[in-house]
Design a protein around this ligand. Structure first.
Ligand SMILES: *[C@@H]1O[C@H](CO)[C@@H](O)[C@H](O)[C@H]1NC(C)=O
Ligand SMILES: *[C@@H]1O[C@H](CO)[C@@H](O)[C@H](O)[C@H]1NC(C)=O
Length: 647
């Protein structure tokens, strides 16, 4: 080479050309996967990996264990396959769309693969293998997207690599059941939630940044100490000198005196509440400067909020961030001055209706379960949601960010939620929605959901919390989705306890939500609409709320094979039973616990659109026949699904 090319310039150019040539010899995804497979052993479970067949067809995998997105491989889920051998990171690193890897429950041994070569990964799961040896301190440097690292139950040893402590997006880290030793390095992440250091040989003081984790995250180690475990044995506490004690006592007395004085002054200055005893009335003075939480707390308790006093004025103003221009600007004090009414209290906080003096009526939702999100990230996400515009999606108007709580303001719709329409109309002396209305609601909800899928492609569950109380009906009974798109900003722990996406069968089975999770929620919603039965486990809040929803789904249709399954209060069903049955069948497919058997959102919406208000006269007899067939059928939903769709 030196002979052809004498000058160093020429060498440089040659190097660049070689580099270009190298990057252009891009292997196809199937070729790369085969290359990856070639270094594995015991690959019987991958026998259908065949380079002649594309690995993905759209979102559908054609090879086992491959996860596909728009024709590209975004994940490998090779679990429980008895795999061994070497993991070829170089082949994997050329899969441009690869974001998640799971090799859990296999027989891999030896050193951990070089994960930092896979810098774009968001999660990898290597638990329950026999990986061993020390991990270099810099093993994870540069993995800027990684959120989940699961290494439980291997034979890894030596110190915990310090590069783990600096990964900006890390949320989950399980290192339990290994032989890690030494001190735990510092972790700077704010969003760490699921962390486990149990069953290792770790010692020394737990870094302060991890002191808010549960003690169960550190159990069974050699000699860890410090919060949340026992304090580390330190130098004996020094006795306080008499002088210190006297000084502290004086300070306490002075402070108490000051507090009493302030209370007396304030109570004298307080004016009579504007709206008297109306429990839900809210008002606040101009130049109001406290966090809104205090007023809202009082509002929730049915008290008139503290009017404050002119004396407390400060220039610190509470600013709402607006997402739309067409509503007219107002600020927090306008909201607090507005006559307000508590609309309800959901899982995340309360909802208020606030009628502004200037005319518009707003809905303010208060969230206290979003304090793991940084300000920038929250603003960015809200702006993303604020750009959404669809007739079946309730638009956001503004929001307010404070570390401890968030307010989200949207326009007010003069009607009630679908949940109230379905389950509360009787007690309000109103009739229940008829079939025509229910079908219209189903179609609207599914179109709104499809829009969210298309507009928020980066969210796995773009709605995440779809249920009948999060569907508002306007005066024409057109449904509007609310509480959508919040999965990325809700604290993971609360999300898991409360959000509908986390009640899905796939989350229960393998702890993950998927692109079809919201489809499952849609199926449940349709079942609720058709049967009039409330999925009662949604009622329970917090822990234990994950009692089996899929079981409920099946219990709905189990013993009632006939039209009796439908809500008795639903009017206008004559000559519609055939179409109703079709919709019921669709709902059951959407509720399929097996993800592969469940339709994706596009197909779901297409099939729902095909449902008509009334049976065709010609169709009617055949649908009646299939219905009597079903009456005699003993099977569960499988039989049900096998009935031809046009039957
Ligand atoms: C994969 O593709 C081949 C050929 O295109 C087809 O015959 C086969 O049924 C597909 N397999 C799966 C699991 O989709
Ligand atoms: C950590 O893992 C161990 C099992 O290895 C488990 O018993 C413990 O509950 C886990 N702790 C947390 C906080 O998840």
């Amino acid at each position: 080479m030196a002979k052809i090319c004498k000058s160093s310039w020429c060498l440089l150019i040659l190097a660049i050309v070689l580099q270009l040539v190298h990057t252009c010899i891009c292997l196809s995804e199937p070729d790369l996967l085969i290359q990856f497979k070639d270094s594995l052993k015991n690959t019987g479970a991958l026998s259908n990996w065949d380079a002649k067949v594309p690995s993905c067809k759209g979102d559908q995998p054609n090879w086992s264990g491959v996860l596909c997105d728009k024709g590209n491989v975004w994940g490998l889920k090779l679990e429980n396959m008895g795999l061994k051998g070497d993991i070829n990171e170089d082949a994997l690193s050329q899969l441009k769309s690869l974001r998640t890897l799971s090799f859990m429950n296999n027989d891999f041994e030896g050193p951990l693969p070089d994960m930092k070569k896979l810098g774009a990964l968001k999660s990898f799961y290597l638990s329950n293998n026999k990986f061993s040896g020390e991990i270099p301190a810099d093993a994870f440097v540069g993995m800027l997207s990684i959120k989940k690292i699961h290494l439980s139950n291997n034979q890894l040893s030596g110190p915990i690599p310090s590069s783990l402590g600096t990964l900006p997006k890390l949320m989950e880290l399980t290192l339990d059941g290994n032989q890690f030793s030494g001190q735990i390095p510092d972790f700077t992440q704010e969003r760490l939630i699921n962390v486990n250091f149990s069953h290792n040989h770790l010692g020394g003081q737990i870094p302060a940044s991890l002191s808010n984790l549960k003690a169960a995250s550190f159990s069974d180690n050699s000699d860890l100490c410090g919060a949340p475990l026992e304090p580390c044995p330190g130098p004996p506490e020094r006795k306080l000198s008499v002088v210190t004690i006297v000084l502290v006592a004086i300070a306490v007395v002075v402070a108490l005196g000051a507090i009493v004085a302030v209370i007396i002054i304030l109570s004298r200055r307080k004016k009579a509440p504007q709206l008297g005893d109306a429990p839900a009335a809210a008002a606040a003075p101009q130049g109001h400067n406290k966090p809104p939480s205090e007023d809202l707390d009082r509002l929730e308790k049915g008290m008139s909020p503290d009017r404050g006093s002119e004396g407390k004025k400060s220039d610190q103003n509470i600013k709402l961030s607006f997402l739309r221009d067409d509503v007219g600007k107002f600020d927090m004090s306008d909201l607090l001055k507005a006559s307000a009414e508590v609309l309800g209290s959901g899982m995340f906080g309360s909802t208020y209706k606030a009628a502004l003096n200037t005319g518009p009526v707003m809905v303010v939702k208060r969230y206290r379960q979003m304090n793991n999100v940084g300000k920038e990230e929250f603003h960015e996400h809200m702006r993303r949601l604020g750009r959404l515009s669809h007739p079946n999606v309730l638009p956001l108007v503004a929001f307010y960010y404070r570390k401890e709580e968030k307010l989200i303001v949207s326009t007010y719709v003069e009607n009630v939620s679908l949940a109230v329409q379905l389950h509360g109309n009787k007690s309000r002396g109103l009739s229940s929605p008829d079939w025509r209305t229910r079908l219209k609601i189903v179609k609207g909800v599914s179109k709104g959901l499809l829009y969210l899928y298309n507009s928020l492609p980066s969210l796995i569950a773009p709605h995440g919390h779809l249920k009948s109380s999060n569907v508002i009906l306007n005066e024409n009974n057109e449904p509007l989705l609310t509480d959508y798109g919040l999965l990325p900003v809700v604290n993971l722990e609360q999300a898991r306890d409360q959000m509908i996406a986390y009640k899905s069968p796939e989350f229960k089975q393998n702890g993950r939500i998927t692109k079809k999770t919201d489809v499952w929620s849609l199926g449940v919603l349709i079942l609720e609409l058709l049967t009039g039965k409330f999925p009662s486990n949604f009622l329970q809040q917090g822990k234990g709320s994950d009692t089996d929803l899929p079981t409920w789904v099946h219990s709905v249709v189990k013993d009632e094979w006939t039209v009796e399954v439908f809500d008795k209060d639903m009017q206008g069903t004559k000559h519609c039973e055939g179409e109703m049955m079709k919709l019921l069948k669709i709902a059951l497919i959407l509720c399929e616990p097996e993800i592969d058997n469940r339709w994706d959102i596009k197909e779901a919406v297409d099939r729902i659109e095909e449902i008509k208000e009334r049976d065709d006269v010609d169709d009617f007899h055949s649908s009646y026949t299939s219905e009597t067939d079903m009456r005699s059928s003993r099977g569960l939903s499988e039989d049900f699904i096998n009935v031809p769709m046009n039957g």
